[in-house]
Design a protein around this ligand. Structure first.
Ligand code: C2E
Ligand code: MG
Ligand code: MG
Ligand code: MG
Length: 278
């Protein structure tokens, strides 16, 4: 592009810009066929009750091992999938696969699935959820969808309607990465979230005794309590962080300390083991 503008001064930027665009294009080409080539699979990360430490749910996290690019991080391919709308068919596959795996677990715990704005704002989204539940036989109350604040920015009304329809099915909704978006708080009035997930940055700040992070977590916990919502602390990596979070009153904990994202078979074994121990 810089070349077309005839701006010789931009020349030094051309090679790296070009390389970036080129990488995106080849990544997109591969992403287009990733589902058909069976290159995608899900990992599952446990979420535990902050008090009992029993597993209350697993969050499904998408993994892609590409023939051409090797393992690609979700931080890279999810935004690309969103930009190209490939997230719509990919997300449909994720929903099915997450529900299918959850029906196999030896206990009736929930599975949480991340949903991008592009998916939620699709007219057929509710039908996609109904289909995934019907095809797998997972009861609606065992499916939780995670959305971020950004879905309300783009088209708040459509997002509200879609979430209402999902709640009417019996599914629950979690508000992911809370505090990192452009929170207007208005949507907390209209949507009955089951859970607010406090972003990892606050959790890690609190453990480093940042008074601001601590104050924000306290406020979110108090607000959630009065709205009758649960709170999950994300990204808890150490026993100190877990203790801190418990003290601050978060009701659930997720993070490397209690379990990394794991293969479906490991998730199954973890539930079975805990069950036998109980
Ligand atoms: P998220 O939904 O906030 O998921 C939590 C992310 O934090 C995951 O990264 C997880 O591996 C990571 N994490 C969990 N515990 C810890 C911890 O103790 N410390 C640290 N440092 N990190 C922790 P992951 O799997 O790389 O996914 C990144 C993001 O990609 C997700 O953030 C989510 O927004 C998106 N994503 C993943 N799978 C899907 C999917 O199936 N559909 C959509 N639409 N988005 C997805
Ligand atoms: Mg999430
Ligand atoms: Mg999150
Ligand atoms: Mg996130």
């Amino acid at each position: 592009r810089a070349k077309d503008d005839g701006g010789g001064v931009h020349c030094t930027y051309v090679p790296s810009l070009h390389a970036d665009a080129e990488e995106r294009r080849t990544l997109e080409l591969s992403l287009r066929h990733a589902i058909a080539k069976e290159e995608m699979h899900l990992n599952f990360q446990p979420v535990v009750n902050a008090q009992s430490e029993g597993i209350v749910s697993f969050e499904a996290l998408l993994r892609w091992t590409s023939e051409e690019h090797g393992m690609v991080s979700p931080a890279k391919f999810i935004p690309l999938a969103e930009d190209t709308r490939l997230i719509v068919p990919i997300g449909k596959w994720v929903l099915h696969e997450a529900c299918r795996q959850a029906t196999r677990w030896p206990e009736e715990i929930k599975v949480a699935v991340n949903v991008s704005g592009e998916q939620l704002l699709e007219p057929n989204f509710t039908a996609t959820v109904v289909e995934a539940l019907a095809a797998t036989g997972l009861p609606a109350n065992r499916l939780e969808l995670e959305v971020t604040e950004s879905v309300f920015l783009r088209d708040g009304r459509t997002a509200n309607e879609a979430l209402e329809a999902i709640i009417a099915l019996g599914c629950s909704i979690a508000l992911d990465d809370f505090g990192t978006g452009y929170s207007s708080l208005g949507y907390l009035r209209s949507i009955r979230f089951s859970t607010i997930k406090v972003d990892r940055s606050f959790v890690q700040g609190a453990a480093q005794e940042s008074p601001e992070s601590i104050a924000i977590i306290r406020a979110v916990v108090a607000m959630a309590q009065s709205l009758e919502m649960q709170t999950t602390a994300e990204g808890v990596e150490t026993v100190e962080q877990a203790d801190m979070i418990r003290e601050l009153g978060c009701t659930k904990i997720q993070g490397y300390y209690f379990g990394r994202p794991m293969e479906a078979s490991e998730a199954y074994s973890l539930v079975a083991k805990r069950r036998n121990a109980a």
